[in-house]
Ligand binder design. Structure first.
Ligand SMILES: [Zn+2]
Length: 154
């Protein structure tokens, strides 16, 4: 609660005390532990500092109090304005980069398409002049393949 935080010490944190091992004592800085305390008729959930020598040693904080304060703390967290501006700039740079990449790719595809169209035209001219049925079939097959690469339909 004083700004220090630690990653949970255990993977399998007790579902009853999600902040156990995460929130630290404001006096000694060690992580708080938690347990159920027996009352007259029922059990009550508490967080504790059990660090020997700490002035808060053994002092309890009701689970609802601590977790409520923690929720308020999270609500108050806001990114700094300078950080927000920095992120906006980064997104803008990334966006421009992607846009220029897309433009380059479109240009390259258009060039490729023109090259293939020229090849098809050249094969068409040869096809018209061919007199062997075997050569004609070979040209037709080659043209078909090129057409499939451009996606055009003749
Ligand atoms: Zn303590």
């Amino acid at each position: 609660m004083q700004g220090k935080s630690y990653t949970p010490a255990r993977k399998n944190l007790d579902e009853d005390f999600p902040l156990r091992g995460t929130v630290t004592c404001s006096d000694c800085g060690n992580v708080l532990t938690a347990c159920w305390t027996k009352g007259r008729n029922k059990r009550y959930p508490y967080y504790y500092c059990f660090s020997k020598g700490c002035e808060s040693y053994g002092k309890s904080i009701k689970r609802d109090t601590l977790e409520g304060e923690f929720a308020d703390f999270l609500d108050d967290l806001r990114p700094a304005e300078v950080l927000v501006k920095h992120i906006q700039q980064m997104v803008r740079i990334w966006w421009d980069y992607r846009a220029s990449q897309t433009k380059e790719r479109a240009k390259a595809l258009a060039q490729r398409s023109q090259v293939i169209a020229r090849k098809i035209d050249s094969l068409m001219e040869k096809l018209v002049e061919a007199d062997s049925s075997t050569i004609i079939r070979a040209y037709e097959s080659k043209i078909k393949k090129l057409e499939n690469r451009t996606g055009c339909d003749r």
